[in-house]
Design a protein around this ligand. Structure first.
Ligand SMILES: [Zn+2]
Length: 105
């Protein structure tokens, strides 16, 4: 998957379109990610003990990775990701920014 945990992304579709956030979880198999502050859902938590109040908590729900674009840490633009092969002891695939061509770690 082209997006990894820790990446900054721009949301390009859905109700949070145009917003930016940091990827806090990635699920490569499902091709889904969780982005801080994006796609917030409300969950009602019931009081577990008597005398305590139930509460509503907000949490970011996973969204499809195709709904975001990576923000390049080098040039700051929302970009597509390319790959470059490099040999570092063994061959590795390195992500590169399609806009500025720099490597993205
Ligand atoms: Zn770039």
């Amino acid at each position: 998957m082209k997006i990894k945990k820790g990446d900054m992304v721009l949301v390009i579709s859905g109700k949070d379109r145009g917003r930016k956030g940091k990827v806090i979880k990635a699920f490569p198999k499902e091709r889904k990610i969780v982005v801080e502050g994006i796609n917030l859902r409300k969950k009602h938590v019931r009081a577990r003990r008597e005398g305590r109040k139930g509460e509503i908590i907000e949490f970011p729900a996973p969204l499809d990775v195709s709904n975001v674009k990576l923000i390049c840490p080098k040039c700051g633009k929302a970009t597509r990701v390319g790959y470059k092969k490099k040999t570092k002891g063994q061959k590795v695939k390195i992500r590169i920014c399609k806009k500025c061509g720099k490597e993205i770690l």
